[in-house]
Design a binder for this molecule. Structure first.
Ligand code: BTN
Length: 326
C-alpha cells in the first residue's frame, strides 16, 4: 500500500511522469513501478499512458493526509479528537470504526476508496477512488442518548456548514439527512450505533461527500446526484474540506450532547428543501402522502396527512420525495 500511495503522490499533479523517473524517485526497478501501476489500475483508477511521455492521472488529485488535515483543524477541536486515520482502501469507514471496540471517543477514519461503502436503507454507497470523501467519526455517549433520531439531522447540518465555508451556495437538506444542491444529492449520512440507548452507547457518524464521481459510478445510482467538481468547476482542496467537516461535526455533536436538536431546529427548517411541499413518505412496504411541515425537536418528520391530521415519523428506513400528483 505504501508504494501505491507514494506513486500516486507523484502522479497526483496530473502531469506525465516516465517509468524511468518514477523508478528513480522511488528507488525501485521499472518492473516494480509497472506492477504498482497495474495495482493502481486494479483499484479502478484510470492511468493514462502515452509512449514517449509516460504515465499520468486524468486529473489533479490532493491525496488525503492526516498532518495536513490536522493543520486545518480548529484548536479546540484538534485537542479533543484523535489524529485522523487515513487509509487507501477500506471496506467501509463506518464498519471499520464499528468493528474496533478498542477505538474510543473522537476517533476519525477516512479512506480514499471503500469496497463495501454502506448507504441508508441497506443500499451501497458508490465509493470509487478518485477524490470523494468517505469520513467516519466515533462518538461515545456515556449516560445514554434519549434522542438518537435527531443526531443524523444534526450531522447533516454540520455538513451544510462546512460546504458553505468551502464556497458552495444554496445547500439544502431533505429529511432525514440528505444534502442536496439544485435538487441533486451531494452528500449523505449514515449513523450506526451499538450499546444501549439507556446506558453507554457508541455512535459512528459516516459522511459520504461526492467530490468527483466518475461517469461509471454515476450510472449506478438511481437518483439525481452531483459533485463538487461540477459545482466548483475544479477539484477542491480535500484536506481543508475534510478539516471543515470535522470542525463542524465536532461542534454540532457537542451541541447535540447538551441540548439535542433545540439549537439546530431553526437552521434545519431554513434549509429544508421540501418545507410545506406535497410529499410522499415511503418505507419498504408503504407510502404515505401529505405536506411536509418540517421537523420537531426529536428530529421526527412532521407530516400533515391528506385528512388534515398531523403525524410524526422517525426512522432511518424511511425516505421522502416530492409528490408530483399535487
Ligand atoms: C446515504 O445513503 O445517504 C448515506 C451514505 C453514507 C456514506 C458514508 S461514506 C463514509 C461512511 N462509510 C460508509 O460505509 N458509509 C458512510
Amino acid at each position: 500500500m505504501t508504494r501505491i500511495h507514494d506513486v500516486l503522490s507523484i502522479l497526483a499533479d496530473g502531469q506525465f511522469h516516465s517509468g524511468e523517473v518514477l523508478a528513480q524517485k522511488m528507488g525501485v526497478s521499472r518492473a516494480a513501478i509497472w506492477k504498482t501501476l497495474k495495482k493502481i489500475e486494479d483499484f479502478g483508477i484510470e492511468v493514462h499512458r502515452v509512449t514517449g511521455k509516460g504515465y499520468r492521472l486524468p486529473f489533479q488529485l490532493e491525496l488525503l493526509n492526516s498532518d495536513s488535515i490536522i493543520g486545518f483543524l480548529d484548536e479546540n477541536v484538534a485537542s479533543h479528537v484523535a489524529i485522523p486515520e487515513v487509509h487507501m482502501q477500506l471496506d467501509s469507514t463506518n464498519h471499520y470504526l464499528m468493528s474496533r471496540p478498542d477505538l474510543g471517543h473522537g476517533h476519525i477514519c477516512l479512506a480514499e476508496m471503500q469496497t463495501a461503502g454502506r448507504g441508508r436503507r441497506g443500499r451501497t454507497w458508490q465509493s470509487p477512488f478518485g477524490g470523494n470523501i468517505y469520513l467516519s467519526m466515533l462518538w461515545e455517549f456515556g449516560d445514554g442518548m434519549s434522542r438518537p433520531g435527531g443526531l443524523s439531522l444534526a450531522a447533516a447540518i454540520a455538513v451544510t456548514r462546512a460546504l458553505e465555508d468551502a464556497g458552495i451556495g444554496n445547500v439544502g437538506l431533505k429529511w432525514p439527512n440528505d444534502i442536496l444542491v439544485q435538487g441533486q444529492k451531494l452528500a449523505g449520512i449514515l449513523l450506526e450505533m451499538n450499546g444501549e440507548l439507556a446506558g453507554s452507547c457508541r455512535v459512528v457518524v459516516g459522511i459520504g461527500l461526492n467530490v468527483y464521481l466518475p461517469h461509471e459510478q454515476r450510472t449506478e445510482i438511481d437518483q439525481a446526484v452531483t459533485d463538487l467538481y461540477k459545482l466548483m468547476g475544479k477539484m477542491p482542496p480535500r484536506n481543508q474540506l475534510v478539516a471543515g467537516l470535522i470542525n463542524h461535526l465536532y461542534q454540532v455533536m457537542r451541541s447535540y450532547e447538551v441540548s439535542g436538536l433545540a439549537h439546530l431546529q431553526e437552521e434545519w427548517l431554513q434549509r429544508d428543501v421540501y418545507l410545506n411541499q406535497p410529499v410522499l413518505l415511503g418505507s419498504a412496504d408503504k407510502k404515505v402522502a401529505g405536506f411536509n411541515r418540517g421537523i420537531n425537536e426529536q428530529g421526527e418528520l412532521i407530516l400533515q396527512l391528506r385528512n388534515g391530521q398531523i403525524a410524526h415519523y422517525s426512522g432511518g428506513e424511511l425516505s421522502l420525495r416530492l409528490d408530483s400528483v399535487e
